[in-house]
Design a protein around this ligand. Structure first.
Ligand code: SIN
Length: 293
């Protein structure tokens, strides 16, 4: 069954399109393992012409880990693990319209996100992805050594505060104002991927507030450099959606950016977000030997 999968890389740094699989069906463990290996290797994987009910999307996502229920964005009625990402023709702001890594503001950030396209504008609305593993690889040994000693503070306070982009100027999604209830969590600035062992930068412009133990001004100098570096074109790929397309990205090594270049048109997606297994549980499932990749 797994042999029927066809995997075609779409760019030098990351991204592969996979055909020969119907994600709405109950898939064998072999196929799930092959998809997980492809995700770890290519960092973002794409599928075309899929058909999934909300329950099927939840069932598919749950094969990779427990599904996240977003703390600030209301889930779908009756299926809270599904986040409906909708931009109506009258909306000015879109969801995810800046470089970020999903849920880095949580204590245990999401490992992956699975986005399914229901309605796509006639033009525009692509999503950009940037490999933070490629961004890390391109740094000098000296800076890598320094970064390995640092951690960064992440929070949802900017994005989901009353003044933030996500709560304002949008009528189509129910986003809570997180003022006063968000925490700050510290993550290493360089993340070693638990499945591949590959290192990646783990800071992002949406949710990283500062370097731990540094002042805001000091942090800004380094973070501005890293944010600029990390979106260099050669580290990216771009996905043009069609109805039925699916993208599954690895939040541990990928940034993404939903382009907002389709004013007056509607775009409707459904996302499930995969959390890490609770400590200890499922570790075997996550362990993919280098040899298999
Ligand atoms: C997101 O999950 O940030 C949204 C991505 C998109 O809608 O393309």
């Amino acid at each position: 069954m797994a042999q029927a999968l066809k995997i075609r890389r779409v760019a030098g740094a990351l991204g592969a399109e996979i055909s020969g699989v119907n994600l709405g069906q109950e898939l064998s463990d072999g196929v799930i393992t092959a998809l997980r290996q492809a995700l770890v290797q290519h960092q973002v994987i794409f599928f075309r012409d899929q058909q999934m009910t909300p329950a099927q999307q939840v069932a598919f996502g749950a094969r990779f880990g427990p599904l996240n229920i977003h703390p600030y964005v209301a889930g779908m009625a009756g299926q809270p693990e599904i986040m409906e990402i909708i931009k109506e023709p009258q909306d000015k702001v879109n969801f995810g319209g800046g470089w970020h890594s999903d849920m880095s503001f949580l204590e245990r950030p999401a490992i992956g996100s699975i986005l399914y396209a229901l309605e796509i504008p006639e033009y525009g609305g692509d999503t950009l992805f940037a490999s933070q593993a490629a961004a890390y690889d391109a740094l000098s040994p000296g800076l890598k050594q320094t970064l390995a000693t640092l951690s960064a503070v992440h929070s949802a306070s900017r994005e989901y505060s009353a003044a933030g982009q996500s709560t304002q100027k949008r009528s189509s999604m129910s986003v809570a104002e997180a003022d006063g209830m968000v925490g700050e969590y510290v993550h290493p600035l360089v993340l070693t991927h638990p499945e591949s062992g590959r290192k990646a930068l783990y800071v992002n412009p949406a949710f990283t507030l500062r370097i731990e133990g540094w002042s805001k001004r000091e942090s800004k100098a380094l973070l501005d450099f890293l944010f600029e570096h990390s979106r260099y074109e050669a580290f990216t790929c771009r996905f043009a959606w069609a109805k039925g397309s699916v993208a599954f990205w690895d939040n541990r090594s990928v940034w993404h950016f939903a382009l907002n270049d389709y004013p007056g048109q509607r775009r409707h997606m459904r996302r499930v977000t995969v959390d890490p297994w609770p400590e200890g549980a499922g570790a075997a499932a996550e362990r993919v030997s280098e040899a298999a990749l």
